[in-house]
Design a binder for this molecule. Structure first.
Ligand SMILES: Cc1ncc(COP(=O)(O)O)c(C=O)c1O
Length: 440
């Protein structure tokens, strides 16, 4: 009965929900609890997607749910142009101490990652009085018109939507696995340095040949490419970027929409390179599923903006901010970063163990990432569409996984609260799925 009802609803959805939104399953989800999602037809799935890196504290974390419920009963929409509300102010108090640099002391809250990226670009252009923006090849910044123009992870985000935002230039991202393949050498620390140096040299060339520093407002990047394949940038590269920005009066915008809020083992991934962003972009994990995003920058830059020029009707919604305050408390009190470290190591070693398996080992090209933001790229000898086949095989065995990028890559984004037993189960299912897909 429930299965029939679910199938009817899904068919109705297919008929009436725009085709531009893709789905990796046709489930109608009924509930989510911790690391698990429950479909309307009574099936249960271990969630290694977190709704694309959002429900970092697990589905419906009781403290986050309670905070949102209580705020709903107080005031839902305390519009930001009409005054302050307590959850937003409290959230700023919680965020200030965890910013990757003390200079990031002023905030703007919006509704989505894309809107936050657009706000960062507007801030950079307005503050520097310069126009051009440099992005990374493989970078993803959203689906609005400006952010689609800045996205270089797949052409589907921009194809057919032109003319796109002008003044956007792309520079190569230091993709170590591909660099090693191109050079016919195994990955090593000296090759990592060479990869970073080559990417920095390409950027310097871009600033000489295509976008003069005097016209360049900002360089925008994800410290770990998300939709571009879960590829971390080395500290050497990120420090080199900072130097180039300082040399030329260019702002460094760090997009931590996917990598932020503990996902990589530190509050923000950029901390691990000890690099100061001029503007930090946040979303997803900030409120564990409630729509909230934001930017942080220094007051001196933010205060150049004309009052009324930023924000929007729903910016910094009170319920979302209350949920975000609860998330910040959970991060502090429930040992989340320690769990990311332990479970990240468990996941990495589970995936690495598969590399020694006679049949599937040679299919695994690269295992990479930080904390619980890990990617597994298949080798060039793997069968066509292997990532999608593994994703399907995993689903059939009760594990939700996502692929990423135009290369054959799986991404692993389990909840930061995942238990040791759940991780063991997820890794086992992944191994079985890989073996099944390899022999299909
Ligand atoms: C790094 C990054 N930036 C920006 C965005 C866009 O965020 P949203 O989908 O909330 O607009 C995403 C979404 O996945 C992202 O991963």
């Amino acid at each position: 009965m429930a299965a029939k009802q679910a199938a009817t609803l899904a068919a109705f959805g297919t008929q009436h929900i725009g085709r531009g939104v893709a789905r990796s399953t046709e489930h109608v989800w009924a509930a989510g609890q911790g690391s698990w999602m429950h479909s309307m037809d009574g099936k249960k799935y271990l969630d290694f997607t977190c709704g694309i890196g959002v429900t970092n504290l697990g589905h419906c974390h009781p403290k986050v749910t309670k905070a949102a419920q209580e705020q709903c009963a107080k005031i839902v929409h305390a519009q930001i142009n009409i005054g302050y509300h307590n959850p937003a102010i409290t959230l700023v108090e919680k965020l200030l101490p965890v910013m990757p640099d003390k200079s990031l002391d002023t905030f703007l809250f919006v509704n989505s990652g894309s809107e936050a990226v657009e706000s960062a670009v507007k801030l950079a252009r307005h503050a520097t009085k310069k126009q051009n923006i440099i992005v990374m090849q493989g970078g993803f910044h959203g689906r609005t018109l400006a952010t689609a123009s800045m996205t270089r992870s797949k052409t589907i985000y921009s194809a057919g939507f032109g003319p796109l935002l002008s003044g956007v230039f792309a520079t190569p991202f230091p993709y170590e696995y591909h660099y090693a393949l191109a050079h016919g050498k195994p990955q090593s620390s000296s090759l990592s340095d060479a990869c970073a140096d080559d990417a920095l040299a390409a950027l310097r060339l871009l600033l000489k040949q295509q976008s003069a520093p005097a016209d360049t407002a900002a360089i925008v990047l994800e410290p770990v490419l998300g939709e571009g394949g879960y590829v971390p940038a080395s500290a050497r590269y990120l420090r080199g970027l900072r130097d180039i920005c300082d040399e030329h009066g260019i702002l460094l915008i760090i997009d931590e929409v996917q990598s932020g809020f503990g996902r990589t083992g530190t509050y923000f991934a950029i901390e691990q390179a000890n690099v100061r962003p001029d503007i930090l972009i946040m979303a997803k994990g900030i409120a564990n599923g409630f729509p909230l995003a934001g930017i942080a920058s220094r007051k001196e830059l933010m205060d150049r903006q004309t009052p009324g020029s930023m924000g929007g009707t729903y910016s910094g919604n009170a319920v979302s901010c209350a949920a975000a305050v609860a998330c910040a408390d959970v991060m502090q009190t429930e040992g989340i970063l320690d769990n990311v470290k332990a479970r990240g190591e468990q996941l990495r070693s589970g995936l690495s163990a598969l590399q020694s398996h006679a049949k599937v080992g040679p299919l695994i090209g690269d295992i990479r990432g930080l904390g619980l933001m890990l990617g597994l790229e298949f080798s060039r000898s793997a069968p066509a569409s292997i990532a999608t086949k593994v994703q399907k095989a995993a689903h059939d065995r009760g594990l939700l996984l996502l692929t990423t990028s135009v290369f054959e890559t799986m991404r692993f984004i389990p909840p930061l609260t995942i238990s040791e037993a759940e991780m063991k189960q997820g890794v086992e299912i992944f191994g079985e799925s890989l073996k099944a897909a390899a022999s299909s």
